[in-house]
Structures are given as structure tokens and as C-alpha cells.
Design a protein around this ligand. Sequence first.
Ligand code: 4AZ
Length: 415
Amino acid sequence: MRPVTTSRTSLPLWIIALIVFGVLAILGITIGLLVHFLAVEKMVYYYQGSFKVLDIPYNRNYERETSPENNYVSKILETKMVDAFQRSSIYRQYINSQVITLVPESNSMTAHIWLVFKASRSMKENTRRRIESILRDMLSDHSGSLTTEPNSLKLVEISKANAEKIINNRCGRRARMSATYDRVKGGSSAREGEWPWQASLKINGQHYCGASLISDRYLVTAAHCFQKTLNPKNYTISFGTRVTPPYMQHYVQRITIHEDYIPGEHHDDIAVVLLTEKVLFRNDVHRVCLPEATQVFPPGEGVVVTGWGALSYNGKYPELLQKAPVKIIDTNACNSWEAYNGLIQDTMLCAGYMEGNIDACQGDSGGPLVYPNSRNIWYLVGIVSWGVDCGKINKPGVYMRVTAYRNWIASKTGI
Ligand code: 4AZ
């Protein structure tokens, strides 16, 4: 028999090369993706925690979110936390830390805190342990004025949704905004969620006035916004940065106008509005803080007025919410002969610039004038009320002074 030379059917070299190349490529991409997801890509993690502050005489004011006592202790603790994290090895992962509530006990109090960090997936557990140990060290350090108990520290990771719910239920805070704000007439457009308490009061669907959300059912605005009609059915309220289309539209159940307000006059130009349904707080819609009646906002303080009012007197209206940085003006200066010549009562407040230019205008009425305290928590200090023209020299905007009406607001709303 003739031997048969069986030439093994081998694949051509180029196909083998292609297969090897393909396998290597898939392997490379897989490893690359794994490394990216586990080590490179930074995720945001949220934490909730608590610890004890010792040797504090019981005082129920600590519990009230806008009390000077609460702000004083919270500010100290927040400064301690920022310092500790920024001096730590994970300073690059640190995003935010805040005191949420203080719960006073007989001779101590519990501080509830809220933290945000970024970390890669693979470093997640490690980061949590580092945060815990940095906080524990901070609590053991008693060089400051407060005694804190390191063994009382609790820290757990929470979901983004829960973290946002916690912040959005507090007054005057902004979930995503950075601590700085860059700086109506002479204003600039607001970013989404920058002024989450700003509302538009509409008559038959048309923007008519501004208003501020002070709880999940109440707003404050100006009394003169109800001159056309007192029927709640004619009004709607919307939020967000645009007036049209209305975002998160609500209906009005009751309008309460200050009993001493007289149409055509400027004093007691304040009203509260009760909505038919609760507002579901979100990042871009939640309440502003009301100052205590005794709080003082001295002349020269920087404040911000926001609204969809005219960009100049009898001028165009903006599509987007506008913000204008202004300053509180001394009432005596505002009552000078060149300015308002004695028309400013002590229940009113002037804000803007004697040089003019930056000011509230028609359609901003009822809207907020807000002040950020040292913890960057925003307080309603004024309600846009009146003024001569807009942005004119020696004619700054005039606002209702919210501290003067703090008790009136409480009597009408229970807030
Ligand atoms: C208004 O007519 C109005 N420049 C509001 C504020 C100011 C002036 C007028 C302040 O609603």
C-alpha cells in the first residue's frame, strides 16, 4: 500500500494570530474595566452618625434648629469635623459634613451628623473605617471648649436617597450646592436647586408675585399680592427655576393677610398662604429657615434677593429665576432726606445699594431676601415689598423685616 502522507490540516498562521490577539484584547479590556470600576472610578458614599457631647446643662433650646444655642454648638462641631478630615490622609475623599440635630439630655447632648465622601469601590470599607477612626480621634481631643465622648460614636452608611431626605427636611440647606454662591435688576440667572424655597404665586396661571416656602404647607409672601382677588381658587403656586411650564404646581387653601395691612399703604405688607396639599421636599424644593424674633441682621450684611420680576422698571421679564446680591442698609440712612425721607418704619428693612443698579423690581414682590449664616444655612430676613422705581440712586428696595413679624407668622401657622 502506498503510504498516505496526511498533511495535518493546520490553520493558517494569520488566523491563529488573530485568535491570540482577540483573546488578549478581551482579557485586557476585562482587566481594564475591573481596575476602573474597583480602583479608579470614584463613588459617592453617605453616612449618618452620632456622638455625645458631655457636661452641657440641659437646655431645650439646643433642639430648636434655628436657636443661637443650636447654631453655636453645631458650628463648633462642624469646624472640628472639617479640620479633622482636611488634616487627615483621606482629605481628598472628603466632600461634606454637617450637624443635623442636637438632642439635649439631662447633663449632655447627642449630636446627629451627616457625612459625604467619595471613594473607589475597592476602598469603600477602608474609607468607612478611616472616617470612624478620624472621628474617634477628634472626639478624644478635648483641646476645644466642648467635651466629647469617643466611645459613644456610631457611624453607618446610608443610601443617597435617605441622605438627601435628611438634608431636604432641614430648613435653609442646599444638598448639592457648593459652600460658595457666586454672586431682579442687575442680577444673574439662578442654577437649579440654588433657591429651593422660592415659589411663584400665579393668578390664573400668570406669574404675579414671589413667595417663600417655610414648611411643607405654608408660604409667606406680601399682602399686596392679593389686591386683585382674595379667592384662593384664582391662585396657584409653583417652584423650580422656570415660571413656565409650572413645576410642582400646588393649589391654595387659605390666604391670611396681616390684619393691619391697608391696601395702598406700605406697612404690614405680609401674608401667609396655606396649600391644599403638602409639598414633597426634594433637592430643588424645600423650606427656608425663619429667623428668631430676636435675631439681628446688621447694616452691611450681604444678602440675596431672588425672583422672576422685571429686569428693569416697566422692562422685560426673565424666563429663569434671577438672583441679586445686595447689602442691608442702615434704616437711618434709608430714612434720610435724599432717600425715603422717614417712610421706613422699624418693621421694614432697606437692602440694595444707595448707588442703585442692583435691586428687586416689579413681580419680585412677596419673594425672599435671604441671608446665609456662618454654617451656610439660609434665613429669610426680608419679603420684597416696595420701592421707588428699580435700581435708582438713593432708592433701594424696601422689604418687610421678617424678625418683626416672626411672632405673627407663628400665631397664624404654628411654625
Ligand atoms: C413692585 O412694584 C416693586 N425696587 C417691587 C420692588 C421694588 C419696586 C417695585 C423695589 O412690585
